[in-house]
Design a protein around this ligand. Structure first.
Ligand SMILES: Nc1ncnc2c1ncn2[C@@H]1O[C@H](COP(=O)(O)OP(=O)(O)O)[C@@H](O)[C@H]1O
Ligand SMILES: [Mg+2]
Length: 402
């Protein structure tokens, strides 16, 4: 345990005492925890160093990279409520911590309020101690660099980031609608029209990420949030990576892993289209196509190439899912030379005007109930327990370039 050094830490500590990352076990359904291989990781081409030079600043307000402009004609920026210059001067002391709204494998996310402007945000807090023990140092740096470089209406935006001697902090838009996962579990399954709405917004976001050579690598309903209007926001860039060539790291969530990840053959951004196929199946049927009682049986099912179809099953949706869940990567929809267009042109999206999708013009099928900006009713309750853990001076140096 550490000595508490300032007011902010005092506030934090009064809220978080106990065991940090064990708290995720309190989640109603933890089958979808992200995993990362403990075996040695072979990375053929590490492209993290090729990030735009604006990404090299050490902390502070976030600026989008130049190449965003190439995309901005078709995709408008996300609406943001606050004057961005506020973030130039922001410090942790300016944030009041209201409540824990999410816990994952590597992080705690809290609702925070700016004491000066009153604006609510989601603050993701990652303990340096846990990052080091879980061998996530490179991933967390990549999470920051990627979040800084992207701006899209269906992706959470990073407003500011910081670190101190205990934690790393990412301040993001608060997607107050909560996880798509909760709505899906409540509904059992979505109709084709509801599922295709979320699918379309995901296609739009993935097309953008892949255009920027970024693979998300952990697409699942827990990482898909709804904003207050009911549009989708993809979060959790903890495993996202800039990929120009193949990579080999086994990471993601078992039921969403593409076969080539399990087989350690080396994989590309195509793994996101596989995960997208799993997601569409899950939205429309209410369960995963590869559910197994152990990770091993899940992997066996994925590699078998067999998918069980509930009856009735919409035949057009079935055709799309089959083409996304093609074991053979070159045959997978979205992986040919026309990329995401192959998916956008599929009959499943025949009623969609893609420029309307990109401009957030479609009417969302679910409008989250929120009574005020900082309303957390759409989030599960989590024990506000968190032990502040110290790292050594040498360990702290691992984050010098953060
Ligand atoms: N911007 C956000 N707004 C609202 N909730 C969020 C936001 N980002 C994350 N969360 C919540 O916190 C959870 C954990 O965050 P995530 O980034 O997925 O961490 P992990 O890498 O540990 O899974 C998410 O599943 C979601 O419920
Ligand atoms: Mg997550």
């Amino acid at each position: 345990m550490v000595e508490v050094l300032d007011n902010w830490e005092l506030r934090m500590r009064s809220r978080y005492e106990g065991e940090a990352f064990a708290s995720y076990l309190g989640k109603s359904d933890f089958r979808n925890q992200s995993v990362i291989s403990s075996r040695p990781v072979t990375v053929v081409s590490s492209t993290i160093h090729t990030c735009h030079s604006s990404l090299l600043q050490t902390s502070g307000r976030v600026t989008a990279s130049a190449s965003d402009d190439e995309y901005s004609e078709s995709v408008p920026p996300s609406p943001t409520s606050s004057d961005s210059s506020r973030y130039d001067a922001l410090s942790l002391e300016d944030l009041d911590i209201i409540k824990t709204i999410g816990t994952g494998t590597f992080g705690n996310v809290v609702l925070a309020q700016d004491t000066e402007t009153g604006e609510y945000s989601a603050l993701k807090i990652l303990s340096l101690y846990d990052i080091i023990r879980m061998k996530q140092v490179d991933h967390v740096k990549s999470e920051k660099n990627i979040l800084k470089a992207i701006k899209h209406p269906f992706i959470v935006s990073l407003k500011w980031y910081s670190k101190d001697e205990y934690n790393i902090y990412f301040l993001m838009d608060f997607a107050c609608g909560g996880e798509l996962f909760s709505y899906l579990r409540k509904a059992g399954k979505f109709t084709v029209s509801t599922g295709s709405f979320y699918a379309a917004e995901i296609v739009s976001a993935l097309e953008y990420l892949h255009f920027k050579s970024i693979a998300h690598r952990d697409l699942k309903p827990e990482n898909l949030l709804l904003d207050k209007e009911g549009h989708l926001k993809i979060t959790d860039f903890g495993f996202a990576k800039r990929l120009k060539e193949k990579t080999y790291t086994l990471c993601g969530t078992p039921e969403y892993l593409a076969p080539e990840i399990i087989q350690s053959k080396g994989y590309t951004k195509a793994v996101d289209w596989w995960a997208f196929g799993v997601l569409v199946y899950e939205m429309l049927t209410g369960s995963s196509p590869f559910y197994g009682d152990s990770k091993f049986s899940t992997y066996e099912k994925i590699l078998s190439g067999k998918i069980e179809w509930p009856k009735p099953m919409d035949s057009v949706a079935k055709d799309l899912i089959k083409k996304l869940l093609a074991l053979d990567r070159p045959k997978r929809l979205g992986c040919g030379k026309n990329g995401a267009d192959e998916i956008k042109r599929h009959k499943f999206f025949r009623d969609y005007d893609w420029s309307e999708v990109n401009r957030r013009k479609l009417t969302p099928p679910i409008i989250p109930k929120v009574y005020f900006e900082g309303d957390t009713r759409n989030f599960d309750s989590y024990p506000d327990t968190w032990k502040v853990k110290t790292v050594t001076e040498d360990e702290l140096e691992l984050f010098d370039d953060f």
